[in-house]
Structure formats: structure tokens, C-alpha cells
Design a protein around this ligand. Structure first.
Ligand code: GTP
Length: 384
């Protein structure tokens, strides 16, 4: 069964795709009960008309067909992968055939009742009321596909109405009433179809704004890197997964040197440009899927490196330090030089007992790098 909330969580790529997937779920669920109601209408009509004894073969055949269609509609589930366009299209077409099959069977039964009764009897009125109820329900539940909804309404009644018009003159008045009601139903299908689309629009707007809110809550607005919150979540989950499997995980903590001077000398917007420049250099350096580059403070950055040994991480940190030195930021007529102090290490499973422990150790190494004269990489040792 397709869960609309789950569908909203997964947020399909675009609105058309969302509508398509939502419609498949709605179609399956809304078509489930249809044949049961047809069967009920047939039972009531047959009961009051004494058809069980007079026309047992007709009643049995109609009920059997409805039972079969109920079974088919229930078991014909939508494909698991709703992104599989071909499979969903094929499912869609087959499912409509099942729905139209029910309409045709009812129309045949309705026509038979009209011919048997040969006039507006109580039994015929029951069948006619059922027909009106079914067409009204079809306008309502199948409005997500206006053409198919129209076809359902046509197939349920129009062939029988044509037959009555020609073969059963006492029923012509009813045919006229049904024809008038049919015009109203056309308008009803259009209106409900528009409402369905409007509802999909609202849901999709909700999905996209929720995705945007989530993105903003994870992203640093100035640089576009992950923010501190996202870093903590990601590093925490990598840390625990790596601790369970005893795999390598490394962390780099980097603090820009004398950044206050950049602001004081060149202005705050130059400082902002430097931070963005550093972010670009870091993203270019750490491209491997799974690596996370984050801005975790004003001029403090972190890089989470899964499956990375201490030696590899130290080499990467050196390369990052070199990147900064070799790529000053072009600013107005000159260039702004930047250096950074960097702490780095792989998680030490013998001494680190939590992600916070690991961070503290490596952050201490970063400050040791500052203390040693800045513009250098220090590999963290055990906490003092
Ligand atoms: N332009 C800009 N500056 C920022 C931002 N966030 C923090 N800063 C500045 O970064 C500077 C950090 O200064 P300090 O903590 O003294 O560090 P520092 O000058 O880099 O000196 P050391 O870390 O000791 O090398 C401050 O001047 C902050 O105003 C920001 O988003 N944009």
C-alpha cells in the first residue's frame, strides 16, 4: 500500500513525478471497494425482483464477475518501484481495464433489469438509483484522471440508456433524466479534477519548502558548507558506526590564522570573501563521496574523513595547508594571503570514548599548531 506520508518524505524529483506516484496510490486504494458495491446493488435488485429463482444464471454470472474483479483489483498491487515509469504505466493501464470491466458488467446487468422489467417498476428504480450512485461515486473518486473518470461514467450507463431509448419506450423519461444528470456529472468531474490538482500543488509546495528548510538547517549560509549542527550529526553517526566496526575514521580541525587582521585591514566583506574562498579550496581538495566539509565556527572548519587512516589524514591536511598558502584571495588590486593552523588525527579507539573526546583531542592539536607559530599541521596525541 502506498503511504502518502512516506511518499511526501521521499519527495520525488518534480511535481509531475509526485502527482504520478500519488495518483497511483490513490487509484489503487479508491478502486478497491468498487466491485463490492456493484455486487451489493446486484444482490438487492435481484432480491426484490425475485431474480434468484427467476434468473439464477444471470445473477450468478454477474456476482461471479464482480467477485473476480474484486479479487483482481485487490491483488493487482502497484509496482514496488514507483520511479519505474514503464512498469507503473503498464500497471495503470491494466488497472483501468479492471475498473472498466466492472462498469461494463454493471451496465449489462442494468440493461437486463430494464428489459426484464420493461418499465419503471420498484425493482428497476433500485437498479437506476444504484446506477446514479455508482456514476456519482466515479466522478468523485476517479477525478485525478478526468478522461478515465468520464469513461467510467459513460460505460456504467450509456449503453443501457441507448438500449432503453430504442427498445423500452416506458423508460424514455428516465433516460432523459439520466442524460441531464450526465451533463452535471461532466462538470463535476472537471471541478473535482481541478481540486485534486490544487491539492497536489499544495502538497508539493509543502514538500519543497520542507526540503528547503532542511537544507537551510544543515548548511552554513555564508559558504554553503555543512554547518556545525550538520557536522555534529554526521561526525557522531560516522563515529559510532566506525566504533562498532572498528574501521578508520579521521577528523581535521582547521582555524584560520590572524583572521581578525583580514577584517581589520580589508573590511568585513573581504573577510567574508576569504571564508568563501577557503570553502571552495576545501571542497576542491575533499571531493570523495562521504567526506564532509563543515564550517563549525567563525573561522573554524572541520573535515570528517571516513575510512581514512591517520597517515592519510595528515597528508591531506598538509595538502590543504599548502592549498591555502598557494592560493591567496585576489581582492581589489592585491591578494590576501591566508594561512591556517590545523589539528588532525584518526580516531583512537584505545583512548577516545566519544565523538566529543575525539574532537577535543584534535581541536587541542589545532591550538597546539597556533601555539607553535601557526601555518602548520599537528597530529593529535592522547589528551593530557
Ligand atoms: N568577515 C567575517 N569575519 C568573521 C566571521 N566570523 C568570525 N569572523 C571574525 O574572525 C575573527 C576571529 O578572530 P580571533 O578569534 O581573534 O582569531 P584570529 O584573528 O584568527 O587569530 P588566531 O586564531 O589566534 O590566529 C574575528 O575578528 C571575527 O569577527 C564571518 O562570518 N565573517
Amino acid at each position: 500500500m502506498i503511504d502518502i506520508h512516506a511518499l511526501m518524505e521521499r519527495a520525488p524529483a518534480d511535481r509531475a513525478q509526485y502527482r504520478w506516484q500519488r495518483t497511483i496510490g490513490d487509484f489503487y486504494q479508491r478502486a478497491l471497494a468498487g466491485s463490492v458495491f456493484y455486487a451489493l446493488g446486484c444482490l438487492v435488485t435481484a432480491w426484490f425482483g425475485g431474480y434468484f429463482s427467476r434468473y439464477p444464471a444471470l445473477v450468478a454470472a454477474v456476482l461471479l464477475l464482480f467477485a473476480l474483479l474484486t479479487y483482481l483489483r485487490r491483488t493487482h498491487r502497484p509496482p514496488q518501484d514507483l520511479n519505474d515509469r514503464l512498469a507503473t504505466k503498464a500497471w495503470w493501464t491494466r488497472h483501468w481495464w479492471m475498473v472498466h470491466g466492472g462498469s461494463i458488467v454493471w451496465c449489462g446487468f442494468f440493461a437486463a433489469v430494464g428489459v426484464i422489467e420493461a418499465g419503471p417498476s420498484l425493482v428497476f428504480s433500485i437498479a437506476a438509483l444504484c446506477t446514479i450512485a455508482y456514476t456519482s461515486a466515479a466522478c468523485e473518486v476517479y477525478s485525478f484522471d478526468r478522461k478515465q473518470a468520464l469513461l467510467v461514467v459513460v460505460l456504467i450507463q450509456l449503453p443501457a440508456m441507448a438500449l432503453f431509448l430504442v427498445e423500452v419506450p416506458p423508460l424514455r423519461a428516465l433516460v432523459i433524466v439520466l442524460a441531464v444528470y450526465f451533463v452535471y456529472q461532466l462538470a463535476h468531474i472537471r471541478r473535482r479534477g481541478r481540486e485534486y490538482d490544487a491539492q497536489v500543488d499544495v502538497e508539493y509546495a509543502l514538500i519543497t519548502s520542507r526540503a528547503e528548510v532542511q537544507r537551510l538547517s544543515q548548511q552554513d549560509a555564508l559558504t554553503g558548507l555543512a554547518n556545525r549542527r550538520e557536522y555534529e550529526t554526521t561526525f557522531g553517526s560516522h563515529w559510532h558506526a566506525a566504533a562498532r566496526q572498528r574501521t578508520a575514521l579521521a577528523l581535521i580541525v582547521m582555524d584560520l590564522d590572524h583572521f581578525k587582521r583580514v577584517n581589520d585591514t580589508h573590511g568585513h566583506s573581504a573577510g567574508d570573501a576569504c571564508l568563501r574562498h577557503v570553502a571552495v579550496l576545501m571542497q576542491e581538495r575533499f571531493r570523495r563521496g562521504g567526506d564532509l566539509v563543515a564550517r563549525i565556527g567563525g573561522e573554524e572548519f572541520a573535515v570528517v574523513l571516513p575510512d581514512t587512516s591517520a597517515e592519510e589524514a595528515v597528508a591531506m591536511a598538509q595538502a590543504l595547508r599548502d592549498d591555502l598558502v598557494n592560493h591567496p584571495l585576489p581582492w581589489e588590486s592585491h591578494a590576501i594571503d591566508m594561512t591556517a593552523s590545523i589539528g588532525v588525527d584518526a580516531i583512537r579507539w584505545d583512548i577516545d570514548t566519544s565523538p566529543q573526546d575525539s574532537y577535543r583531542r584534535i581541536d587541542d592539536a589545532c591550538y597546539a599548531a597556533k601555539g607553535n607559530g601557526r601555518n602548520q599541521v599537528v597530529q593529535a596525541g592522547p589528551s593530557p
